[in-house]
Design a protein around this ligand. Structure first.
Ligand code: ADP
Length: 291
């Protein structure tokens, strides 16, 4: 059973004269233990989707379910409690509290009398190499260290899922690789993770990559078997390797979004394609030039 799912999720901004469809019918389902990356160009709807999944904003229509709770049915106060307990959100700019030290930032806010699991938090702090920084203030830390504090804070309440908005967006490539390895290790230990990223090299190391275009899921890429257990190998040039197989998404009405690179190499003169079924494969071609 999925740990997170959406059905026909839409989000519109603006008024009747000027509607922006930031999300336009997104269906996604994530299983426990998956590591998923969402990719897409700027303005494609990634942040909007992440905010809906994290219960930070409410959809215009459609549903979001986390851990079998439909977020839209929760009252604002209940949603806040649910979010703090079950969703680990990592913001692009870390959102650490500047007047609290590392330890205080990581400690979950006590809700419903639940005591934070000190032993577990100690383990996370050690995994993230923060044990000597606990009394430091955020402004004395490097970007990579602040990002690790943000990850520790997100993990501290043992969330059902970690949602991370461009977690390597503001750090140098070496730190980005390090942070990515931390996510890989957390996922190996069973943590479900969903990240938004524009980093092509890193997205090539993720088992499942969902591409979003104009508020719709346009394609999915799945890591090829032979790379799945080689993720931590430095010898692979992830930028140049063809590590994933791409699948287009067919919606209920049979519509398909053709991945951009395939679309451009099809060299279509207008918007018509001819489809043929041949030996179990669908072959598409543009109309002959004289038509
Ligand atoms: P991405 O994260 O992929 O860059 P966003 O989710 O931020 O994309 O934005 C998707 C679309 O929704 C864009 O056209 C953006 O301008 C629009 N949008 C996002 N947030 C708002 C908002 N608060 N008000 C109006 N339009 C918005």
């Amino acid at each position: 059973m999925s740990i997170l799912s959406t059905k026909q999720l839409t989000k519109q901004y603006g008024d009747k004269q000027n509607i922006v469809k930031a999300l336009d019918g997104v269906n996604i389902s994530i299983e426990p233990g998956e590591f998923v990356a969402i990719i897409g160009t700027s303005g494609s709807g990634k942040s909007t989707l992440l905010n809906m999944l994290g219960g930070l904003d409410r959809p215009t229509s459609g549903t979001v379910k986390v851990d079998n709770y439909e977020l839209g049915k929760l009252k604002d106060e209940d949603l806040t409690v649910f979010r703090r307990q079950r969703i680990g959100f990592i913001f692009q700019n870390y959102n650490l509290v500047p007047i609290l030290n590392v330890y205080e930032n990581v400690m979950p806010i006590q809700l419903d009398g639940k005591k934070p699991d000190q032993k577990f938090i100690q383990e996370i702090v050690t995994l993230l190499g923060l044990e000597k920084k606990l009394l430091h203030m955020p402004n004395t830390l490097s970007g990579g260290q602040q990002q690790r504090v943000a990850i520790a804070r997100a993990l501290a309440s043992k969330p059902a899922i970690i949602l991370a908005d461009e977690p390597t967006g503001s750090v140098d490539p070496r730190t980005a690789n390090y942070i990515f390895d931390v996510f890989t290790e957390l996922n190996r230990q069973g943590q479900t993770i969903l990240i938004v990223t524009h980093d092509v090299a890193l997205s090539k190391k993720v088992k499942r990559v969902v591409a979003i275009r104009d508020g719709k899921i346009s394609s999915e890429r799945i890591l090829k078997e032979k790379y799945a257990d080689r993720i931590k190998e430095a010898a692979i040039d992830w930028r140049n390797e063809d590590t994933q197989e791409e699948y287009a998404i067919v919606d209920k009405a049979g519509r398909v979004q053709i991945p951009r690179d395939i679309l451009s190499s099809m060299n279509l003169q207008d918007n018509k394609v001819k489809l043929e079924l041949s030996e179990g494969k669908v072959i598409s071609s543009g109309p002959p030039a004289e038509l």
